[in-house]
Design a protein around this ligand. Structure first.
Ligand code: ATP
Ligand code: ATP
Ligand code: MG
Ligand code: MG
Ligand code: MG
Ligand code: MG
Length: 267
């Protein structure tokens, strides 16, 4: 039927091939998770079960899409990084994005009962949106990841303080919001410490920094493997500067998975 009289409609499809020789980042984000977290009684401010579920879904995505080299997750979002020379789906944005979104969503729903055994899912089921963005340089890519990590840090400091005021301080949510309006990070740290004895630095790393998955290209390993999600190493602040990124070694075509691919989070 390819050459039928109807075939001309294919010309209506618009090309969406992403810029060559750029890193492709696909970020997915949970749809309406403010409501969903309330419906399933997520622990506030951070339900660790939900973070581990996000990490499990992301790990499945990386296993199903071997081109992916790195992923960074926090809250209800995950960013997946394709290398510059990626040719998957001819670099078509819609194909890359929708494949990642649907793979992630399917695995998230599939693994839900493992992490929430006492809280079965009922419709409307969790869903995610997605987008693809190209970054031309290692510095741009690193800054992108730093941007998401700063977002994690800022939101987590706010949420930790907000929920301390509500849960430990007995404040109404409205009052807690008003209390925090116009405060800077130092104020929130002070509220946490002086009123609740909480040293923000001692909060779990996974809450403060998010999670990183990366494919291990170390020469010693013959099989490409995925290193399980772990909190990123450096504190958020050094990532705000512009350190010289490590040179990413080109991967030889014959042994695409053998050469080193250092973590972008290393200083
Ligand atoms: P949208 O569909 O526009 O993304 P949203 O409600 O999902 O809307 P986000 O900005 O993505 O808005 O916010 C995600 C919400 O989910 C935040 O309120 C965040 O606190 C909450 N959330 C995400 N992960 C967790 C978690 N592990 N524990 C508790 N709350 C979480
Ligand atoms: P869309 O609105 O289309 O869903 P988006 O969520 O990526 O796209 P915005 O809604 O504009 O875009 O949200 C911007 C995000 O970036 C927010 O999560 C915000 O916290 C974060 N952000 C913006 N500026 C800064 C900054 N200077 N430092 C840290 N985080 C920032
Ligand atoms: Mg969104
Ligand atoms: Mg969301
Ligand atoms: Mg979000
Ligand atoms: Mg098909």
């Amino acid at each position: 039927m390819a050459n039928s009289r109807y075939g001309y409609v294919r010309a209506y499809e618009q090309p969406d091939i992403l810029l060559p020789n750029t890193y492709i980042v696909v970020r997915i984000d949970g749809r309406g998770f403010t409501k969903l977290t309330a419906r399933y009684n997520f622990v506030k401010p951070n339900d660790v079960r939900a973070l581990h579920l996000m990490n499990a879904a992301a790990e499945a995505v990386m296993k199903e899409l071997p081109d992916l080299v790195l992923a960074y997750g926090q809250s209800d979002e995950y960013s997946f990084v394709f290398p510059k020379d990626c040719q998957l789906f001819e670099r078509r944005a819609s194909k890359l994005t929708t494949t990642i979104v649907s793979t992630f969503t399917a695995n998230y729903v599939f693994a839900w009962s493992t992490y929430f055994p006492d809280t079965p899912l009922t419709p409307p089921l969790p869903s995610f949106d997605g987008r693809a963005v190209c970054y031309p340089s290692e510095v741009n890519l690193r800054d992108y990841l730093s941007w998401r990590q700063v977002d994690c840090h800022i939101n987590n400091l706010f949420n930790t303080t907000f929920w301390a005021l509500v849960q430990k301080g007995g404040m109404e949510r409205r009052a807690a919001e008003e209390e925090l309006a116009g405060t800077v990070a130092a104020d929130k740290n002070e509220i946490l410490f002086s009123r609740f004895g909480i040293n923000y630095n001692n909060e779990p790393e996974i809450f403060k920094k998010g999670s990183v998955l990366y494919r291990d290209f170390s020469p010693a390993s013959t099989q490409p493997s995925i290193t399980p999600a772990k909190p990123v190493e450096p504190s958020p602040l050094p990532l705000l500067s512009h350190p010289q990124p490590k040179k990413l070694l080109p991967r030889p075509m014959s042994q695409p998975l053998q050469s080193t691919y250092p973590s972008l989070f290393q200083d």
